[in-house]
Write a protein that binds this ligand. Structure first.
Ligand code: TYM
Length: 334
């Protein structure tokens, strides 16, 4: 909206080592938008502190997530890559949008219910209002499109409701964003409980394949993946384990599920799991190598952070000044 290009925004929390769910459902799809859109890809460290984080680990993971963005193909000169807490307008708009978000709406968020069950000793207000901050992230940049996995759909719908509500009260202020949820890979499931999504904070390491796991670890985890009792390699509702493996294979290779089924037809589960593991490990090898190269140059990462924050700040300021005016906040001249 602020230049002729439409805007894409997405974010990843630096709250754990990223998984192939984050990769296939979100990050690896990001670079496809870089030519046509002005893309903002943010490391949302402010979201991460809704769950208690170790400060040194949070700092390390913030660098790592930025490096992973780049290792997954995001060119910092073609995308605005930045850290959420470096652009104070996120907190500012987050507070304002809190005042346009209803208690009932936030109470219905399934992620809040899940996370408060998991963190019963720390059900803080930030965990509750998290979706309003996420709406602020998106609306600050007049975003048209938000590429995310399916687990973020409910938050995205709330962001749309908040934008519409605000626009109705004050006149057109925010672009109302659309989600972009990939057809394949929007919900990669746990290898140990394939009825649940793969989550970076899972404490069972065998359930989660991390982008930076070694080849041996990746293959070992796939070998242990839960399947079922018969021996057919088909995509079916009553075969969540096999369906999940077929999905992962199809996302990694670009083959359709039907092609993958045909290829593995007649193979035993043991060999099938090894084949998927090898495909994933080999497919991620270039990402791992590029990641290691980038992490060795902290000064370069810091330069990218700075460049991204400055660019994001410039555009965030424009939305904020509009919002302040509409709401009736007074202004002083600097
Ligand atoms: P986060 O950090 O949990 O996940 C980052 C992205 O990865 C996707 N994802 C998955 N996709 C497929 N299968 C899975 N198992 C899987 N697990 C995670 C997520 O859908 C997401 O796209 N609230 C967001 C971060 C956020 C954000 C935003 C996203 C904050 N502000 C604004 C978009 C726009 C989150 O917790 O993502």
């Amino acid at each position: 909206m602020y230049n002729d290009k439409k805007v894409v925004f997405s974010g990843v929390q630096p709250s754990g080592n990223l998984t192939i769910g984050n990769y296939l459902g979100a990050i690896r799809n990001f670079s496809a938008f870089s030519d046509e859109y002005h893309c903002y890809y943010c490391v949302v460290d402010m979201h991460a502190i809704t769950v208690r984080q170790n400060p040194a680990e949070l700092r390390r993971r913030t660098y790592e997530t930025l490096a992973l963005y780049m290792a997954c193909g995001l060119d910092p000169d073609k995308n605005t890559l930045f850290i959420q807490s470096h652009v104070p307008q996120h907190a500012e708009l987050g507070w304002i949008l809190d005042c346009y978000t209803m208690f009932g709406e936030l109470s219905r968020m399934t992620q809040f219910k899940d996370k408060s069950a998991k963190n019963a000793d720390n059900i803080n207000a930030g965990l509750f209002t998290y979706p309003a901050l996420m709406a602020a992230d998106i609306l600050l940049y007049q975003t048209e499109l938000v590429p995310v996995g399916i687990d973020q759909k409910q938050h995205l719908e709330l962001a749309r409701d908040i934008a519409n509500r605000f626009n109705q009260v004050y006149g057109e202020t925010f672009v109302v964003p659309e989600g972009y949820i990939p057809r394949e890979g929007a919900k990669i499931c746990s290898l140990q409980d394939p009825t649940k999504k793969m989550s970076k904070s899972d404490t069972n390491e065998n359930a989660v394949v991390r982008i930076l796991d070694t080849k041996d670890d990746i293959i070992r985890k796939f070998k242990r993946a839960v399947t079922d009792s018969d021996n057919r390699i088909i995509f079916a509702e009553d075969k969540p384990g096999i369906s999940n493996l077929l999905t992962i294979y199809s996302c990694m290779t670009g083959k359709t599920i039907e092609e993958a089924q045909a290829q593995f037809n007649g193979m035993g589960y043991g060999d099938f799991k090894i084949a998927v593991g090898e495909t994933v490990a080999d497919g991620l090898a270039p990402v791992r190598e590029e990641f290691a190269r980038l992490m060795a140059d902290k000064a370069y990462l810091e330069q990218i952070m700075k460049q991204g924050a400055e660019e994001a700040y410039r555009n965030a300021r424009r939305t904020m000044s509009k919002v302040r005016r509409k709401i009736g906040f007074t202004e002083i001249k600097h």
